[in-house]
Design a protein around this ligand. Structure first.
Ligand SMILES: Nc1ncnc2c1ncn2[C@@H]1O[C@H](COP(=O)(O)OP(=O)(O)O)[C@@H](O)[C@H]1O
Ligand SMILES: [Mg+2]
Length: 415
């Protein structure tokens, strides 16, 4: 766990409370008209990212012994995943009473157990309770409840049967087959809708830790964002940004955020661009196992993305034959726009959603394939050899070791 934790860019702003307190009026004002929030009466004038638990009639407060029972004493063989916060276990509860149920009966849940000591862990736990306790959207994971008892801090979510996008893109093994082009586009759209909802005028939340391990998939590959530990209220009034110390995950954070700590919705758009690029390329944001010059995905891929003929060098060779030339170019161009060094040139998430919606049209692929105008075959004369070679070195050696987070780098660690 220690290694996983260090992958995050650490340290939170001491100004956090002060910044958030400016959001009080927003929280008090905008809940009434929003169907996606808990009822106005359940939302006191408390910043969502700090302070105490905001009462929510939709969350159950579990006892520790109940969750111990539901997860069969946190059995190691029922671990669903691990992150910076702790381990996530599979468990069972009765769907009506929400009490522990016999394994294999009732409703499956995912129980995240904090294994970090100290204030930062508690703070992330609290942020997650307060954001997910109030925000409802088909592309956000559903929080069922929490446990706060002595030193115990746990979160109880709906179970997401297909696990994280990270596993599907990067984990080797027979269980995780490479995701098809169409499924990647579907997942990208779902995740984009989740972010667009967070950024919307009535919600105004910056997610701050957008990455493949925080995108979970249900049985139909609908994407849902989880892990709201670093989420933050966006700027209010005429403020352009929220000031924080830098947190997030190496490889995903926007350059201006790393440089200044100024957080805006466009920081999330940059991280979305990194994830989209990971989906298109099948490469991790940071991969020290690659040849030098290719460790950082964005730095390596950007020059290819700017050239229509060269984007195929970046595309995951496991996707060959599944996409059209136009579709691939459009997706690559979208990633490139999101990765603009200057935040103002990045699209907003509504625009990203619109573009991705156009990419869900399967006919584009079929038409090209029927015409014999297959993009990859055409491409072989330009970048095909390169793309095959890339496949060979895509051995993912060490991938198991770096699972579940991208390898840690002390580069941006601020504490
Ligand atoms: N609801 C869930 N259903 C299934 N797997 C989950 C669920 N929540 C988390 N996981 C697994 O656990 C991993 C870590 O969860 P996450 O919420 O990101 O924790 P952390 O806050 O520690 O990063 C995820 O990447 C995923 O593999
Ligand atoms: Mg996580």
């Amino acid at each position: 766990m220690g290694a996983c934790w260090s992958a995050r860019i650490k340290a939170e702003s001491p100004f956090h409370t002060g910044v958030n307190s400016k959001c009080v009026s927003k929280d008090g004002n905008d809940v009434s008209g929003s169907s996606s929030r808990a009822s106005a009466t359940s939302v006191p004038l408390t910043p969502r990212g700090a302070g105490e638990i905001i009462p929510s009639s939709n969350l159950k407060s579990f006892s520790f012994s109940e969750l111990k029972m539901a997860t069969r004493n946190f059995r190691p063989d029922s671990v669903l995943g691990e992150g910076g916060f702790g381990s996530v276990f599979k468990g069972w509860i009765d769907e009506n009473a929400l009490t522990a149920a016999k394994p294999g009966t009732g409703m499956i849940i995912a129980v995240k157990r904090l294994n970090q000591e100290g204030y930062q862990g508690h703070r992330e736990w609290l942020a997650e309770v307060n954001y997910l306790g109030q925000l409802y959207h088909p592309n956000l994971v559903k929080l069922i409840g929490y446990c706060l008892e002595d030193e115990h801090r746990l979160l109880v979510y709906e179970f997401m049967p297909r696990g994280s996008l990270e596993n599907h893109l990067f984990r080797r093994g027979s269980y995780f087959q490479p995701l098809s082009w169409n499924l990647r586009m579907k997942v990208a759209l779902g995740a984009a809708k989740g972010l667009a909802f967070l950024h919307s005028a009535e919600t105004k939340v910056i997610y701050r830790d957008f990455k493949t391990s925080n995108i979970l998939l249900d049985s139909n590959y609908n994407a849902k964002l989880s892990d709201f530990g670093l989420a933050k209220d966006g700027p209010t009034g005429d403020k352009s940004h929220v000031s924080t110390r830098v947190m997030g995950t190496y490889g995903y954070a926007a350059p201006e955020y790393l440089a200044t700590g100024h957080l805006t919705a466009k920081s999330d758009v940059y991280s979305f661009g990194v994830v989209l690029l990971e989906m298109l390329s099948g490469r991790r944001a940071v991969d020290k196992n690659r040849p030098s010059g290719e460790h950082n995905l964005v730095e390596w891929a950007k020059p290819y993305l700017t050239n229509k003929r060269k984007i195929f060098r970046v595309l995951d060779s496991r996707l060959e034959g599944q996409y059209s030339m136009g579709g691939a170019q459009k997706a690559a161009n979208l990633a490139l726009q999101c990765l603009s060094t200057e935040a103002r040139f990045r699209p907003n998430m509504d625009e990203v959603v619109t573009t991705l919606e156009q990419l869900q049209d399967l006919k584009d692929v079929e038409r090209n394939t029927q015409n014999g105008n297959h993009p990859n075959r055409a491409n072989h004369s330009t970048g095909g050899t390169r793309s095959r070679r890339r496949n060979a070195d895509e051995g993912q050696n060490g991938k198991a070791a770096s699972y579940p987070r991208p390898s840690a780098s002390p580069l941006y660690s601020r504490d």
